[in-house]
Design a protein around this ligand. Sequence first.
Ligand code: T1G
Length: 707
Amino acid sequence: MSQAPAVHLSVHNHVALVSIDNPPVNALGVAVRRGLQQAIAQAEADDRVHAVLIVGQGKAFIAGADIREFGQPPQAPSLPDVCNAIEACSKPVIAAIHGPALGGGLEVAMSAHYRLATDSARLGLPEVQLGLLPGAGGTQRAPRLVGAQAALDLMLSGRHIGAAEALRMGLIDHIATSDDVQAEGLAYVRHVLGEGAQVRRTRDLTEALADKRAQGVAIDAARTEVRKKRGLFSPEKIVDAVQAALDLPFDEGLRTERALFEQCLASPQRAGLIHAFFAEREVLKAPETKSAKPRALNKVGVIGGGTMGAGIAVAMLDTGLHVTMIERDDQALAQGRARVEKVYDGLIAKGRISSEGKAIVMARFVGAVDYAALAEADLVVEAVFEDMAVKHAVFAQLDKVCKPGAVLATNTSYLDINEIAASVFRPQDVIGLHFFSPANIMKLLEIVVPAKVSADVVATGFELAKRLKKVPVRAGVCDGFIGNRILATYRTAADHLMEDGASPYEIDQMARAFGYPMGPYEVSDLAGGDIGWATRKRRAATRDPRARYVHIADQLCERGWFGQKTGRGYYLYPNGARTGTPDPEVLAIVEEERAKAGVKPRTFTPDELQRRYLAAMINEGAKVVEEGIALRPLDVDVTLVHGYGFPRYRGGPMKYADMVGLPAILADIREFAKEDPLFWQPATLLIQLVAEGRDFDSLNKGDNNHA
Ligand code: T1G
């Protein structure tokens, strides 16, 4: 059965209506490109046709090139050729935009001679978020329409703008008065023809670039800005391409753009960022979200007004939910409320909301010390002290007061949620919702699935994540779930390296050079060394006595050197400084502990440090997948990117491992195991994949028979 054409052409009263129909977002796959090229040629040749109108079917104009085609052998026609054909049309071509017109989609619109948009339009050139640049003439046409400064802003930020801003900057010519984009488009074509308007090729426009000095200033400012984008490849190429638009004739500029585009396409960052793009969409597809509908979610409760409780309350308030915060007494409740208000006062100070805006939000906040206030809650998140007895007491209360069908969630970051669920009469309603601090900022939300939970409760967790604009990852129950478990392992590898001869500052430098915003010891100082200390004490009873244990961190904590909050940790933070300076006393303690451990220190190259740090992360990631704690390797990637600072342009540790090659990772682990066979036990899954010549990505694609 032949596939429906992706592009339809029909003629209405001398207007050729070119309608793109390639759900879900009219991506410019090869069928759409061919269809567009043929439609323009037909319209050109049809004497009945006086003008051409391009529209998109469904919820989008065009969301860009088909990202799935990148990395595949190119198929003609190329998008630049299609855009050039549209622009070269001898009859006026009008693009009518509704919904997303992004990347190649906006490039198609910019190659048209006139553009209108409805209020629903979202226009942008977000290629930089995929490690690319606008490669179908966008870097040459956008500056000719809106000037270098506005064009560079769109391309370097990747942000989406609305119709009003697009009109102000000259990206479109008209805003439709209704959402019926086809009707509005046809009416506008008649208006354009009625005005006797001629073809207006963007390549020929000069007005927006007339003020040469201003264009030069824009380029210089952009060069300064891209220098701050640590490690990213394509931003600088974008500026080079826009520079070409200022310096070269159009067609030469196009050739320069193409060359720069090819460089970005070949960069591993493109593969990493495109993996991240699709992985963030795949994590939403958990078995429970496919099989069950979420429960109602209007009124929510938060138990505990501490840092996490208050952050969770703000996240809920920000999305329009009614929040009831429960605390043990009025004083604690007042402190909880104050923490919530402090966030909004900060936003007022930054001019991000008005005091009226704050009042409207806080009107949806209720504080109480009596659990009965939660009788109508649809979902309750507990964020109290990490102690099982305290959790049991809270859940006993919730079990008593919450209505049937209410979702009972715990924000614990490591306690056994199966045990918490077993403590109530409705274990099917208990789930883990593991937020990351600050909970109103951090994107990641681990949705921890205990054994007895019902599918619609899990689906409700995902629905909440969507409402909170969080990135949800489904995780099984184990100590540390996905993220903290892997963190503990690569942090231990770092401690081993420190005791073996590397300084904590070298290790942090390695992590930053790899693309992390901070190294593990800077993170420890920011979060507070006392948190890790409590974890180590908690785990002491169950720690394998044969396992190597490094005492350096404990030594700092026993001195009260917890980090920024105590003015020193691994680094010194004089006078409340936010950036630390290396501390010779810490190095002395490290030396002391090496001597006590009988370690003869040695030097490590940054490459050796990086290979051990990443190998520990990847190996534990593989164990988390093989045990089913994470559904797929991409779930590990999304967790580490959105919760632990793993550089997004590398896609995540499992994607990075695939790009390095699993045989090399396994060989490293086996090499390291010669020194410490207990710590460096290669994951069975890693051994299996190497033996089968497969990579982690093969498990992302649904043939998950990795058991
Ligand atoms: N190509 C292929 N698939 C795409 C796609 C695209 N451009 N955009 C979206 N999808 C899929 C997505 O994977 C999901 O699939 C479904 O559509 C719905 O998306 C030469 C080089 C448009 C704002 O970067 O930002 O043009 O999971 O869940 O929340 O210069 O998708 O259902 O199987 O995100 O409503 C530039 C990327 C490409 C835009 C809609 N364009 N897309 O958001 O739905 S590079 C982009 C988005 C380029 C040229 C260059 C968003 C959206 P599935 P969704 P949404």
